[in-house]
Write a protein that binds this ligand. Sequence first.
Ligand SMILES: [Zn+2]
Length: 695
Amino acid sequence: MSEWKRYTITAALPYANGPVHIGHLAGCYLPADIYVRYLRARRRDVVFICGSDEHGVPITITARREGVTPQQVVDKYHRIMGDAFAEFGISFSIYSRTSSQTHKETAQGFFKKLYDEGKFIEQETEQYYDEEVKQFLADRYIQGTCPVCGNENAYGDQCENCGSSLSPTDLIHPHSMLSGSKPVLKKTKNWFLPLDKLQPQIAGYLEQHKDWKINVYGQCKSWLESGDGLQPRSMTRDLDWGVPVPVPGAEGKVLYVWFDAPIGYISATKDLLPHTWETYWKDKDTRLIHFIGKDNIVFHCIIFPAMLMDHGEFILADNVPANEFLNLEGQKLSTSRNWAVWLHEYLEEFKDKQDELRYVLTSIAPETKDSEFTWKDYQTRVNSELVGIFGNLVNRVLVLTDKYFDNQVPEARECGELKTFTTDQKNKITDALENFRFREGLSELINLARHGNQLLSEKEPWKTIKDNREYTGATLYDCLQIIANLAILCEPFLPFTSKKIFDMLNLDPASLSWEDAGRQDLLKPGHKLGQAALLYQKIEEEQIEKQVEKLHSQSPQTPKGGLNTKTMENKEPSSDTAPGSALKPLSPEIVFDDFARIDLRAGTILSAEKVEKADKLLKLTVDLGFEVRTIVSGIAEHFKPEDLIGIQVSVVANLAPRKLRGIESKGMILLAEDTVGRLHFVSPKDLTENGSIIK
Ligand SMILES: [Zn+2]
């Protein structure tokens, strides 16, 4: 089927700024691992490359938020992520990191070659600059409103809501994530990759790959064809965390993370195979495949290939089977809102149930469109398919064989019909795996187990044993061969299960390869079987309820770092703040910097009036010393307007203005809410000068 001599399989380098959740696993690591395990079972020559991306701007943002150095952040998460992958059986040949010396040299060497050959355009541009912290702002340090979908938390390079790729200047109402201030444009010199000139070559490359998944090919096409086509893209950044740009006049600049990160695949291969790595990146007979999530498509299908073309020595990806996104219980997975199932936490609750999660995530994999994980569905799939079909077959057959045939494979002849069926199933699974249709492959695997159960219920060995021992032996022989085939064919999907079955069958996994699947003599008559044990256990209702509860309790209503003191203008009282509720649990810990970004001032209410057609809102004018502002506050049900005049209050003074019922509200007033839902102003105890800083 394949003429390829060897395979280089990469899985997206995860940013080392947080642990791994089920969305990451389903998005690229699990499909990549299934594919690699399949290739290994076929005895193909394959390297499986991954590592931590330790240079992303999100890392410096995390470091700032946690009050530690970027190095401390990446050291911590590199370990946590590596452990989680290993525990779930993600079988990387190497899990490297982009802060390694090899990577620094490789990335710099790559850049230097393009620079020396005059491939870059040197260009002075205007970049956003934060005057308060005196620093140029990386795209990810700028947030604003997405011009495409209106998401207010879009980043300067991308909107994570609609997937649009953006430039910082595209954002409406941009603000610096360092100081919250409005950034200004300032001149700086950077090196650009002329993607416009490379467009015909990239278009030609895509034309050769019309076999790619529709979602991948379509996204690339629309990139090439939108507006004026590809534009030069800066490959350097004004930033102090990353690989230094190795050319004169580039002090204080580092390589753009999307220049540096994909080169990480190459440097990791160098670390793995110092002497032979080049064959995995330069030999035309090597098949390069990138497994990624949909948010990385343009970087792997356009920008990285453009870099490789310009460099000239490397092969290009033959396929990029990117997945769409996985949602969780009706919402997008979100690290910042803690709306996620974290791998390391899953194992605390579901010890040794890695394959159960691998199974469910593969059977709902977002291969062609977004899909959804729910705990109820997890329970149903585990109980009805893994326990009810797969585990049930293995357990019944082994127990009956032990009981009737002293735990030895009965004497019987191969069944030709079953051989045809098993071989068909193997071919279906093989075809699905070759074409990255992992859901389909898994479902054909279960169909094979289902067939075994059908044989059992048709032939009823527990009845036939009374008067036909030979017939009973033939039934169990057939079922045992199905189980041995399952052990081989399930290995890519369910490696822990595969190992358990091989143990129970007393077979050496290394003695059988993918090519052996289909055979009906994997277990010889008289072969002594091993100890039977339950493959899977039922997931109980309480376990699921506990997870759903945990998910809701750990996810704060407001993003992490938000102010916990009740403020009333942005939120009308809702059920979760209803009178009678007890004191709420504390929000996640923040660092001093988070608090320091909030500018609190003392101010005196000068006037108050009801807002027309809004029962809850009062329009207040507040004297802040340096200016008088209008603030709309949702307190009309708690206070009479005339009682408020002259009260000194605490105001969040640097909050971005927003319109409520057509009135622009500039700031928020702090209020304390007691357990019966009454509101109290948070005021300076003694009257102070308006505009005084509250800290
Ligand atoms: Zn958007």
